[in-house]
Design a protein around this ligand. Structure first.
Ligand code: ZN
Length: 99
């Protein structure tokens, strides 16, 4: 694993991998304003990371556990709110892992 990948503290809440293939900001240029009225949890997510092992798109705040949440809390939140939603988002790349 490269040092840069370690820096963001990624752990996949879906498969526990510490490797990711891409880290990016979510591109809202084609975003539908009405999407904010939906119950899709992705509308509030700004940043996402793609897991190199399971290839799922993980919200940044869960993948890197912002707000000092525990990995267990991140896993629960992933299972409860995000896992069953198709993210359907485009990412503006910040960093691409070499996996
Ligand atoms: Zn994964």
């Amino acid at each position: 694993m490269s040092k840069e990948q370690n820096d963001i503290g990624f752990i996949c809440p879906s498969c526990d991998s510490k490797k990711y293939s891409m880290h990016g900001f979510i591109d809202r240029s084609n975003f539908q304003p009405l999407a904010f009225l939906s119950d899709n949890p992705w509308v509030a997510v700004l940043e996402a990371i793609i897991c190199a092992s399971c290839h799922k798109t993980i919200p940044g705040h869960l993948a890197c556990r912002y707000g000092e949440i525990s990995f267990e809390q991140a896993k629960k939140e992933w299972e409860k709110s995000y896992k069953n939603y198709v993210a359907n988002i485009k990412l503006k790349e910040i960093y691409r892992g070499n996996t």
